[in-house]
Design a protein around this ligand. Sequence first.
Ligand code: ZN
Length: 127
Amino acid sequence: MPSACDACGAIGSPLAKVSLGHDFFGRVYDRLTPSSDRSPAWYCPPCSEEKAMQLDLRAIREAAQGPDTPLGRPGELERAVARLREVAARLRAGFDGTTPFHGKLLARGDVEATLGELEERAAGAAP
Ligand SMILES: [Zn+2]
């Protein structure tokens, strides 16, 4: 077990491995797809949370682009928007220093851009 957080390099925090079981939509991760996430990484508590948010953002962003998307299922678009709002709020609090947060894994602009896209899509889908 390493002694430093793989994202921020913190030493002395209890480190945890972020589990890559299922993604935001409940799909099992395809471990054969080349990805930096294949190598196990260890994170301190704020970075583990950030990592989990990063994985959700990635799953949602990919879903927003692909055909036959899980976002087409009833309620999923709303659930994705709610999650991204939560992530955006968490990031704002992190950058304000309200909550412990290192900002090594997630870019605020990425979250807000994807959230904006989905909100537009949700508004367009409304009757
Ligand atoms: Zn860390």
